[in-house]
Design a protein around this ligand. Structure first.
Ligand code: SF4
Ligand code: SF4
Length: 351
């Protein structure tokens, strides 16, 4: 059996876990909080190194409403970063000498100030990454978005949790795979995924259930073969990201009695050498209101810079020039998701 076929089988059989985890919206149970299970973790203490990247959540509005979404984004969400906070983000990036601005959401492109932010950051020479759901490129009013991203040399980081249509549609909604393929072809047509053009196109994979991601190079080869042969699609790299035992995924584990087992799996697979490369060492995360966190996962858990919580959260307006290097990072049990096996972060495997 060819590698791609073996992988298809592996993905399909493990995918049942996700499909069973989903239920009609009206019958969905309230989300269970995993934080109390994460706080006494034994995760080693770590400190931030040189700040190189800022990840900014521009709001929770999205043209999709995927059942697995860890921010519960959707068309009806109204939270979005306001222009004055965007000004502060730009000032922070400028004063801190940050090299990379990583934009996320919801669909970050739906923030009315998205393009202005991108253009101004690019004028400073900052590398901009757009965590794009692909289908936004087909929405009415956004037909020129792909051209804009290419013209601004924005790196596109796109979630494609499988190369099989039924799996993507089950997780992200009917018809999403087909739209994603059209969007990827369009991006390829603009030079994305072609190493000569310098337009980076990264695809993101995360496992469908409580298991560690497979080897990133091997899975990337399978994606490349399948998407290339079947759809003529090229991409720059595949990023394998481990599932964090937080938010909806954590809640599902808890309700199925699988949280302790998954935490054990992550803890047992901890690799000390990955501590050097975890993303919080070189990144901070900013939520749509302008509060700072050590990473996007901590943002979702409400764990602020250095582990502060509640009213102690720090706002970007108070740290514009503050030296963040050398500061302690707020860690908890979910952090083993970053150091288990080949390691994991927003940039994929850490190795
Ligand atoms: S596309 Fe992304 S942000 Fe939007 S609902 Fe799906 S997972 Fe959430
Ligand atoms: S979860 Fe966040 S704080 Fe913990 S190791 Fe990973 S990046 Fe760092």
């Amino acid at each position: 059996m060819a590698t791609a076929d073996r992988l298809s089988l592996r993905l399909c059989s493990s995918y049942h876990w996700v499909i069973r985890a989903q239920r009609p919206r009206k019958n969905r149970k309230p989300m269970l909080d995993t934080v109390p299970f994460l706080l006494q973790s034994g995760f080693p203490s770590i400190r931030r190194g040189r700040l190189q990247a800022v990840q900014v959540n521009l709001g929770y509005r999205c043209n999709q409403s995927c059942l697995h979404c860890h921010v519960a984004a959707g068309p009806k969400r109204s939270e979005q970063m306001q222009p004055e906070t965007i000004e502060q983000v730009l000032e922070f990036v400028h004063r801190q000498g940050v090299a990379t601005l990583d934009l996320t959401g919801g669909a970050p492109e739906l923030n009315p100030n998205f393009r202005d932010l991108v253009m101004r950051a690019r004028r400073f020479g900052v590398h901009v990454m757009d965590r794009c759901n692909l289908t936004i490129l087909e929405e009415p009013g956004y037909e020129d978005l792909a051209d804009f991203l290419a013209a601004q040399q924005v790196e596109v980081v796109a979630s494609l949790p499988c190369y099989l249509e039924e799996n993507v549609d089950a997780q992200r909604g009917k018809g999403v795979f087909e739209k994603s393929i059209r969007a990827l072809r369009r991006l390829n047509g603009l030079g994305y995924g072609d190493r000569q053009s310098g337009l980076g196109l990264s695809l993101v994979y995360n496992p469908p259930g409580p298991s560690l991601p497979p080897s990133q190079p091997e899975l990337e080869a399978d994606y490349r073969k399948h998407l290339g042969e079947r759809y003529g699609i090229a991409f720059t790299r595949l990023l394998c990201i481990a599932n964090m035992p937080i938010q909806r995924f954590g809640s599902t584990l808890l309700s199925k009695g699988q949280l302790a087992g998954y935490l054990d799996l992550l803890r047992t697979a901890h690799q000390e050498e990955n501590l050097e490369a975890v993303m919080c060492r070189s990144l901070v995360s900013i939520d749509w209101r302008g509060y700072l966190f050590d990473c996007d996962f901590n943002q979702m858990l409400g764990i602020g810079l250095g582990g502060d919580r509640g009213t102690n959260l720090r706002h970007i307006s108070s740290v514009l020039q503050e030296e963040l290097s050398g500061r302690a990072i707020g860690v908890a049990g979910h952090c083993f998701g970053c150091t288990a096996g080949q390691g994991s972060g927003c940039g994929g495997a850490l190795g």
